[in-house]
Design a protein around this ligand. Structure first.
Ligand SMILES: Nc1ncnc2c1ncn2[C@@H]1O[C@H](COP(=O)(O)OP(=O)(O)OP(=O)(O)O)[C@@H](O)[C@H]1O
Ligand SMILES: [Mg+2]
Length: 239
């Protein structure tokens, strides 16, 4: 057992509630992500993982609680200012513009802070996107779309990435490639909050895991405990 104190959180979420209309989806989510860490949110379908990311971004307006990022109160930050606060959201549906080319998709999101990667650096990290730079969004495979969805956040200078199931539906070789990319981003100091069902994949980069059940966090543990908890997690998550 280590008795190290947890580092100061970069993102801090406390007692977060969120609603879709009258439907109460988050029932008091609390989690911390330290700067440079990768934190993975696990949980069965429908427990509120995506809703947690949407509530942090401010996409869900009906929310209550406390969210602080990099010293800024996100509860007071409207959706259109969240990216400027330094958070990049890569939604499950990826949101690639079908009629725009890879190049155009890549330069579309505005730069919000210094320190982002250049297009040349991004293509170094994603050589397959470079090859496809003049192809339109519709022509890309699922894996290429996922890579582009991550890649276009890297120019903007955001300091925290929220990734919603980036490996879902992708072939093992592509999952492997995305794992390498995330490990590289982490090595460059990116902070990542990852929603992921594939905890083999997540275990390569995650420092900490949170398990969600019924709209709240029920378990959290450091990556070192993943192996011992694997059987119990399989029971809860059912994957
Ligand atoms: N747009 C919406 N309108 C109404 N209810 C919603 C909406 N999106 C999600 N919900 C409900 O909110 C709850 C949490 O859903 P959420 O999508 O956050 O779960 P999740 O953990 O991301 O699941 P999955 O693993 O399937 O992606 C579920 O009961 C879901 O049916
Ligand atoms: Mg989801």
């Amino acid at each position: 057992m280590t008795t190290e104190r947890a580092p100061t959180p970069f993102l801090s979420v406390r007692d977060l509630h969120a609603w879709y209309g009258e439907s109460h989806a988050l029932h008091g989510v609390s989690l911390d992500v330290a700067q440079g860490q990768t934190v993975t949110l696990l949980g069965r379908n429908g427990v509120g993982k995506t809703t947690t990311l949407r509530a942090i971004m401010g996409i869900i307006r009906k929310r209550k609680g406390f969210i602080e990022f990099d010293g800024r109160d996100l509860m007071q930050t409207p959706l259109h200012r969240t990216a400027h606060a330094g958070i990049g959201f890569v939604p499950e549906e990826r949101g690639i513009f079908a009629t725009l080319t890879v190049d155009e998709n890549l330069i579309l999101p505005p730069v919000v802070a210094p320190g982002g990667m250049s297009v040349a650096e991004i293509f170094e990290l994603f050589p397959n996107l470079k090859e496809r730079r003049n192809s339109s969004g519709t022509k890309l495979s699922g894996g290429e779309q996922q890579m582009l969805a991550i890649a276009r956040m890297l120019r903007t200078g955001v300091k925290l990435l929220l990734l919603d199931e980036p490996t879902e539906g992708l072939a093992p070789v592509i999952v492997e490639r995305i794992g390498e990319v995330l490990a590289t981003l982490k090595a460059r100091g990116m902070t990542i909050l990852l929603v992921e069902q594939n905890f083999r994949f997540a275990s390569r980069i995650a420092d900490r895991f949170y398990l969600m059940e019924h709209g709240r966090i029920t378990v959290d543990f450091p990556a070192a405990e993943l192996e011992d908890r694997m059987a119990a997690l399989h029971d809860v998550i059912g994957v």
